[in-house]
Design a binder for this molecule. Structure first.
Ligand SMILES: [Fe+2]
Ligand SMILES: [Fe+2]
Length: 393
């Protein structure tokens, strides 16, 4: 006899999925880094940390370019710190959006099952953790920029979830408007469409994969010091953040690969929305940047910030020298450019493997065709054309 009270989907009905959710939540809570991250952020002192590398040297701003080659040891350390500030400024932007979407997804999932509360509690924990992450990234990033430039270069004032996610992306104002319209539509529909809500976690999973790839290397940097307590605070934040994020990644995988099995199949509208979102993600991740390995920024959007950086007391160039350095770094092939291209290729491979079994995706999305069309030659072409436009008289 069927249970007259079982009108909705049930997590407990599939013990394999229920156990994965419970295990992930238990481990995430046990290793929760929120307090540690808050403590590190409150204790951060730029002067105490500035004598050390915060990331492995190859994760420095404009590493492997003519700027890096001619930089003094002090300047290289500053480029290493600037990488940290800029890298996590992008992560901050993505996490502001994540907080919002986690809450929408939790609202959508909560009513879809009789017992979906553990899914929602997991998303709540992660939302709370992201706020601590953002606080730490902003605290360190702003102190770096205040000390080095007395102004913002890569950080920005706190903002809302509808802002453009890519801090230095190629999107014009129309694209930005369209993106924000799509987010608003998702927010309006998803609470009522649990299948859509669960698949948001697939997009989050793709974006997290990219972070995972780089942050694993940043987190390992503490091993270069004798003991955790001796590592500079930003390196310790990288480590603690990576611990939290590895559970977020598990959550994304469970929710997007397993939970939909408990829900109605996606209808035509939902399939379209999900494909649109993956395509948007590909679009965001099409460029790769010589300045910052592992963040898919549109280099020309960085030109003004780099001119300011080159002319700052750290590098002390005049206008002509700064322009020439910009040309050499952004429009010529270099070891740094090759390293960024390699990270981009790895990301494409990882994204493909991640969505491989998601049947509702179009072949163009499953194979990440848009992203994989991007290569070193095309990036150099884009950068050169933009340089000529910027400095044409
Ligand atoms: Fe985070
Ligand atoms: Fe996260």
């Amino acid at each position: 006899m069927t249970d007259p009270f079982a009108e909705r989907a049930s997590l407990q009905a599939d013990q394999r999925i229920a156990k994965q959710v419970a295990f992930n939540m238990r481990r995430a809570l046990g290793e929760d880094q929120t307090e540690e991250i808050d403590r590190l952020a409150a204790a951060f002192d730029f002067e105490a940390a500035r004598g050390f590398y915060w990331n492995p040297p190859e994760f420095s701003f404009l590493w492997g370019t003519p700027l890096w080659d001619q930089a003094s040891e002090d300047q290289r350390r500053s480029l290493n710190h600037i990488y940290w500030a800029a890298y996590y400024a992008q992560i901050t932007s993505a996490e502001i959006a994540t907080i919002f979407f986690n809450q929408i997804a939790a609202a959508g999932l909560y009513g879809a099952g009789n017992d979906f509360r553990p899914l929602c509690d997991t998303l709540d924990l992660e939302t709370r953790q992201e706020r601590a992450h953002i606080n730490a990234f902003r605290t360190v990033g702003e102190k770096v920029e205040r000390a080095l430039f007395g102004a913002r270069l890569f950080t920005y004032a706190m903002r809302g979830p509808y802002a453009e996610t890519m801090v230095f992306g190629p999107a014009g104002s129309l694209k930005r408007w369209w993106r924000s319209a799509q987010i608003r539509a998702f927010a309006a529909f998803a609470p009522d469409r649990p299948t859509l809500a669960a698949h948001y976690l697939m997009i989050r999973g793709i974006r997290t994969l990219n972070g995972k790839m780089i942050q694993e290397r940043l987190a390992k940097h503490i091993e270069a010091f004798q003991g955790y307590e001796n590592a500079p605070i930003p390196a310790r934040i990288s480590k603690a953040h990576y611990t939290d994020e590895s559970y977020h990644f598990n959550t994304s995988r469970i929710m997007s690969h397993e939970v939909p099995k408990l829900l109605p199949a996606a209808d035509a509208l939902e399939r379209m929305a999900i494909n649109r979102a993956v395509d948007g993600c590909q679009l965001d991740h099409t460029p790769f940047s010589v300045a910052i390995n592992g963040i898919f920024w549109h280099d020309p959007a960085l030109y003004e910030a780099c001119l300011t950086l080159f002319r700052s007391p750290t590098f002390g160039m005049d206008e002509r020298e700064a322009r020439e350095m910009l040309r050499r770094c952004f429009t010529e092939e270099s070891e740094g450019f090759h390293a960024s291209a390699t990270s981009h290729h790895t990301a494409v491979d990882n994204y493909r493997a991640y969505v491989e079994k998601t049947e509702l995706l179009t072949p163009a999305n499953r194979e990440m065709r848009r992203m994989s069309a991007s290569d070193l030659a095309s990036r150099l072409r884009v950068n050169k054309a933009a340089y000529q436009r910027r400095f044409a008289h």
